[in-house]
Design a protein around this ligand. Structure first.
Ligand SMILES: Cc1ncc(C[n+]2csc(CCOP(=O)(O)OP(=O)(O)O)c2C)c(N)n1
Length: 219
C-alpha cells in the first residue's frame, strides 16, 4: 500500500516561507489527528468497548520528522508506537479504529485484515501469485512482531541485505528489489526494550555487518 507521502515535491523545491508554513500546518494536523485518535482509542479500551489497544501519543513529532526522510525503497522495522511512520494520513483514523476492533475487512485494515495485534503493521513484498513487487519503489514495512526488541533483528537483516545488494554485482540487475543497496532501514524501539540482550548483540553485529540503519529510541 502507498504510505504517507509528506509532499515530497514541495520538500524538494527551494523552501519558500509559504511552503514552510503549509508544511508546518500539515504536520501539525497529522500530529493532532494522531493524538486525538490515541486518546479516543484509549477511552474505548478503558470503557470495555475494545479489548486491547496500543497507542503512540507523546511520540508524534519525532515520527513526523523521521517520515520526511523515509523514501521509496526504504524499510521500516519498527514497534507499535510508531504508526505515523507507516500509516497514510488519509487512512490513519480508519485503520487505527479498524485494528482496535480487529475488523477483518482488508479495505479497512490493509496491513493484516484484523489478524495482527493492533498497531502492528506490514506491507506486501509479493503479489497474489507470489511474484516480487517493485519494493525498490515503495515505502516498505517489515511485519511487526510482538517480542519487544525483535525489530532490531529485522532491521539488521534488512540492512545486511542492502549491503549484499551493494556488494554483489550479479544482484544489481534486480532493480525492483534494491537500488544498489542504497536504501535505509528505519528501526524504532522503546527504551525498556534497549535492555534486552539481543538489542546489544545487534549493536555489536551492526558494527561489522551492515548497510545503513537509522535507529530511533522512542521511549
Ligand atoms: C520479549 C517480551 N517480553 C515482554 C513483552 C511484554 N511487553 C510488551 S510492551 C512491553 C514494554 C516495552 O517498553 P518499552 O520498550 O519502553 O516501550 P514503550 O511501550 O514504553 O514505548 C512489554 C514488557 C513482550 N512483548 N516481549
Amino acid at each position: 500500500m502507498d504510505i504517507q507521502n509528506n509532499n515530497e515535491t514541495a520538500l524538494q523545491e527551494k523552501l519558500s516561507f509559504e511552503n514552510f508554513q503549509n508544511e508546518v500546518l500539515k504536520d501539525y494536523r497529522i500530529i493532532c489527528e494522531s493524538r486525538e485518535t490515541s486518546l479516543l482509542g484509549r477511552k474505548e479500551v478503558l470503557t470495555g468497548k475494545a479489548k486491547f489497544g496500543i497507542f503512540g501519543d507523546g511520540k508524534e513529532v519525532a515520527q513526523v520528522a523521521a517520515a520526511k526522510f523515509f523514501m521509496p525503497g526504504d524499510f521500516r522495522a519498527g514497534y507499535y508506537r510508531t504508526r505515523l511512520l507507516c500509516l497514510p494520513q488519509a487512512l490513519l483514523i480508519l485503520i487505527a479504529f479498524s485494528q482496535l476492533y480487529a475488523d477483518p475487512d482488508v479495505n479497512n485494515d490493509p496491513f493484516s485484515a484484523g489478524r495482527q495485534m493492533n498497531a502492528h503493521f506490514s506491507t506486501k513484498i509479493v503479489d497474489e501469485s507470489g511474484e516480487w513487487l517493485d519494493i525498490a519503489n515503495i515505502k516498505n514495512v517489515s511485519s511487526d512482531m510482538a517480542p519487544t526488541a525483535s525489530q532490531m533483528l529485522r532491521a539488521l537483516g534488512l540492512a545486511f541485505s542492502s549491503k549484499i545488494f551493494r556488494n554483489v554485482p550479479e544482484l544489481h540487475e534486480y532493480k525492483n528489489l534494491s537500488t544498489n543497496g542504497n536504501e535505509v532501514c528505519f528501526c524504532t524501539i522503546g527504551d525498556a526494550s534497549t535492555s534486552e540482550g539481543h538489542f546489544w548483540e545487534n549493536h555489536k553485529c551492526c558494527r561489522c555487518a551492515t548497510g545503513t540503519i537509522g535507529c530511533f529510541c522512542m521511549g
